[in-house]
Design a protein. Structure first.
Lengths: 405, 276
């Protein structure tokens, strides 16, 4: 190569390298909003991460039917790991993501929120309940999901309704929780919130924390059984919910009820894996209002895409996070992060799926008007048993013993 | 009882290191491979997993034999960090292939005895764990007998004791190394089949099992076959007692605590030999 050719090559390379500097301007004019969706699609939370992604797949069509702008989805796998979540968030932003959505797990979401705030890119949380995420004074972080105290408060209120309807209530309970950010937040909030409901008839006789990646929970279940409790109060994930149910059967323990305040017990994989043994547990969780117009629309699209899978929290709240993004993009008329964040802060969506008056964010970026439901597993399906205004079935308590199914 | 199955898994690692002097960093991933093979065979043939124990162990034997012949033998005389990188690469490939083929969801099998248990007074014992533990003992016994009573077993032990001496007397060391790696892999195959009776499999659990195998063999004594089984038992019992008597979420801490104690007071492991 001659010197002149070499100089030309260098100049051409420099010109190409300068192109990314113009990208923010191009981005601001984009027809599509580039949304980085971060979910734990491998690792110990992979089942739930994949389930959340079904909400992403269905969202495109439903949002288009609503007349909202298209979203350009960029997927990132957090591998169920906080450090990977942080690194993936950085990478998605570097690759041009203008808004982030995620990440199901409170620990991973906390890490992503820090990145989003530092880089000035809005984050719309789909699922994560640890309260501190929206207590940091962040300007770019928004959560359309109940915090741990909100879930617990509604759980106790719904339990009282169920005990009253059935005329049955446990007198003692043992609390088992997964020992991760979400589980620890729920455990911390549990005693405080429970004290606000003096009518709760059961006394907590023991609290058992366990490793989220545990391969064997026989010791934990035998300890819970040895407490002599009548009911099992759970905060778990999916794999551990399956392991615990198997141990309940093997250890011949038939609690009056399993009262879950987290994921796992209502997941399709739980229902499919355990068959008739999956019947009976009640989950007190952020759910959906089956009577809302958009719920029917989302359910129809979901059933068309995944006919053997029940619509659930993972799909609904991931969909709603994308709904918030598309709605804000439409109103902002720009993908500029500050304009997007301002538009999200001013969100007022009445036509939504989750229970409650709709989607609005308070000064902290939290939707504090969300309501939660009580659902029960029945014959491989999920029915809403409380609150009564959103219920489509009566609760069954006590649940049928495992050895009589 | 789970500790016996873990012990069998670690036995494979110990056998491979004791003879070939290569640390198999893909051990846990090979076990998840065996677990997936069990899952596939169970779904296709509807055979009891314990009946699949021998064919799966044989399949893993072939896998290990070919791995040693094709990949590891050229690395035998290379620096340890090269061997380490090779086997870590094998582990990563195995995890990703399993992710592509089987997906990330936990998958399990349900046998007629999956939910059975025996009541012994106040104690309830998991039937599947009893069967798996008995099978683990039988496989370990067969391996001990092979090394003690067969000519091939004695030849392998000779290679382990004196590499140059074994070559001088005309033993085909490369073939014996491949056989050993195959046998170690067969142990992993058998352990994986038994673990499918007791729980689920996901590609992500491989590294955790590799770590567990290291904890067990270091506790029992690296290269010692009885040490691996004893290590498995001790780790299992320590985790169970730690969970029952203290905090269940910290039961792994007790296993690692035991490891630290062993390293402090008997660095060669409980039944390990001091290096000279």
């Amino acid at each position: 190569m001659k010197r002149r050719q070499f100089n030309k090559a260098i100049a051409a390379t420099a010109a190409l390298a300068a192109v990314p500097a113009a990208v923010p301007y191009v981005r601001a004019q984009a027809q599509k909003l580039r949304v980085g969706v971060l979910l734990p699609r491998s690792g110990v939370q992979a089942g739930i991460g994949q389930d959340c992604h079904r909400g992403v797949e269905v969202a495109t069509k439903v949002l288009a039917d609503m007349g909202l702008p298209s979203l350009d989805i960029m997927n990132g796998d957090t591998e169920s790991n906080v450090d990977v979540a942080r690194a993936r968030a950085e990478r998605l932003i570097s690759e041009g993501a203008q808004l982030l959505v995620g990440a199901f797990d409170s620990g991973q979401t906390t890490a992503i929120a820090q990145v989003a705030e530092q880089r000035g890119i809005p984050l719309v949380i789909n699922i994560a309940a640890a309260p501190p995420i929206t207590e940091q004074g962040y300007k770019f972080v928004f959560r359309n999901f109940a915090t741990a105290p909100m879930i617990l408060g509604d759980a106790f209120a719904n339990q009282l309704e169920i005990f009253s309807v059935t005329g049955n209530a446990p007198k003692t309970a043992v609390f088992m929780h997964v020992n991760d950010t979400f589980g620890a937040a729920m455990q911390k909030g549990f005693t405080g919130v429970m004290s606000k409901f003096p009518q709760i008839p059961y006394k907590m006789v023991d609290t058992i924390a366990y490793d989220p990646a545990a391969r064997d929970l026989s010791v934990e279940v035998s300890k819970a059984k040895a407490s002599g409790a009548e009911a099992l109060v759970m905060v778990s994930r999916l794999n551990d919910a399956i392991l615990i149910t198997r141990e309940l059967v093997k250890q011949r323990w038939n609690p009056m009820s399993v009262l879950s305040m987290g994921p796992g017990w209502y997941e399709d994989q739980y229902l499919r894996t355990l068959g008739k043994l999956s019947d009976g547990p009640m989950s007190f969780v952020p759910w959906y209002d089956p009577n809302k117009k958009l719920t029917k629309q989302l359910e129809a699209a979901h059933n068309k895409a995944f006919k053997d899978i029940n619509l659930n929290t993972n799909h609904v709240y991931t969909f709603e996070a994308l709904l918030v993004a598309a709605d804000a993009f439409k109103r902002a008329g720009s993908a500029e992060p500050k304009a997007l964040a301002d538009a999200i802060r001013a969100t007022n969506i009445k036509d939504n799926v989750s229970p409650g008056p709709g989607i609005q964010f308070d000064a902290k970026g939290q939707n504090s008007a969300l309501k939660n439901s009580a659902i029960q597993n029945r014959g491989g399906k999920l029915v809403t048993v409380a609150p009564k205004e959103a219920a489509n079935a009566k609760p069954e308590l006590p649940m049928r013993p495992y050895n009589k199914r | 009882m789970t500790g016996l199955v873990y012990g069998l898994m670690a036995l494979g690692l110990s056998v491979i290191f004791g003879v070939v002097r290569v640390v198999n960093f893909a051990h846990g991933e090979m076990m998840t491979l065996a677990m997936y093979l069990t899952l596939v065979a169970f779904s296709a043939l509807k055979l009891d997993p314990l009946a699949l124990l021998v064919p799966i162990a044989a399949a893993l034997f072939v896998f290990g034999y070919l791995l040693q012949i094709g990949l590891i033998n050229p690395f035998i005389n290379r620096p340890e960090h090269s061997q380490f990188m090779l086997l870590v690469a094998v582990a990563i490939i195995l995890v990703n292939v399993q992710l592509i083929v089987f997906g990330p969801d936990a998958q399990g099998i349900t046998t007629p005895y999956s939910f059975d248990s025996f009541q012994l007074g106040p104690v309830i014992v998991d039937a599947a764990k009893v069967y798996a533990a008995v099978a683990a003992l039988a496989v370990s016994g067969a391996l001990f007998a092979f090394f003690r009573f067969t000519l091939t077993g004695k030849a392998i032990r000779a290679c382990a004791d004196n590499y140059d001496g074994a070559r001088v007397v005309g033993l085909n060391v490369k073939r014996l190394y491949a056989l050993t790696f195959g046998l170690g892999s067969a142990c992993v195959g058998a352990a994986g089949t038994m673990l499918m009776v007791m729980g689920d499999v996901t590609p992500a659990i491989g590294p955790a099992y590799t770590l567990l195998a290291f904890v067990i063999v270091i506790t029992g004594g690296l290269g010692s076959m009885p040490g691996a089984l004893l290590g498995g038992l001790l780790i299992g019992v320590t985790e169970a007692l730690g969970g029952v008597l203290f905090v269940p979420s910290a039961k792994s801490m007790f296993a690692f605590g035991l490891l630290v104690l062993v390293l402090l007071f008997r660095p060669q492991g409980i039944l390990g030999r001091k290096s000279t």
